[in-house]
Design a protein around this ligand. Structure first.
Ligand code: HEC
Length: 191
């Protein structure tokens, strides 16, 4: 086979059967639903813990419950759901290159005046042997977050101490309200 023909075949393989609009919205809805479940479960536990026990004890929720909720939801739905950040606390939250590019784009969109609550990204990534639907949603910083992600100099000493022990490479401080703390990321394998 001539090289040009081979390239043409490869190109055709990559590009055939584009996702129908209905399929796109199905994948989008599934991604949005899993992110909403993650956000709600985490927020409920975090708010309850901060109110009933205070922020020091609530660190335990973020430390142990956040990864557990993500794992349980991923197993339940078959969609890989994680949290990522340009300034991660947990080293597992370091973004992959495509996630980093999206996070930077979210920053640019925020600077251009978009509402951080509404920042979303979708992409169908085609490979020869499988495809994946990628979804990200920005996580804005609100007042409650500042207990553990606010100005490093203003954090309660007990909080700084626990964070330093649990996360020696922590970068997730010095945020202010309205900034993007990170994003939920969903990867859905299709076909
Ligand atoms: C009680 C302390 C505490 C509060 C309050 C808190 N966080 Fe966190 N946050 C943490 C800890 C601890 C981690 C690391 C979790 C882990 O080990 O996966 C974390 C991790 C994260 C991550 C994952 C990325 C990373 O840096 O590892 C995001 C996103 C995040 N927090 C957003 C928020 C937002 C948004 C709020 C406010 C609604 C908030 N947090 C409130 C302690 C807190």
């Amino acid at each position: 086979m001539q090289t040009s023909l081979r390239i043409l075949c490869l190109f055709a393989l990559c590009c055939v059967s584009p996702l129908k609009a209905s399929e796109h919205s199905e994948h989008l809805q599934a991604s949005q639903a899993v992110v909403q479940a993650f956000a709600q479960q985490l927020m409920t536990q975090l708010q309850t813990a901060v109110q009933s026990q205070g922020p020091v004890q609530a660190i335990e929720i973020c430390h142990t419950q956040a990864p557990k909720i993500a794992q349980a939801l991923s197993e339940e739905t078959g969609l890989l759901v994680t949290r990522v950040s340009l300034k991660p606390r947990n080293p597992d939250s370091v973004p992959r290159p495509w996630q980093q590019a999206v996070l930077k784009d979210f920053e640019a969109r925020l600077a251009a005046g978009e509402n951080p609550q509404d920042l979303e990204y979708t992409k169908l990534r085609r490979h020869l042997w499988r495809s994946e639907f990628r979804y990200m949603k920005a996580i804005p910083t609100i007042g409650l977050c500042l207990n553990c992600h606010g100005s490093a100099a203003d954090l309660a000493p007990e909080i700084s101490e626990i964070l330093a022990t649990l996360y020696p490479a922590d970068q997730a401080v010095d945020y202010t309200e309205g900034q993007i703390r990170g994003a939920f990321s969903v990867v859905q394998r299709i076909r």
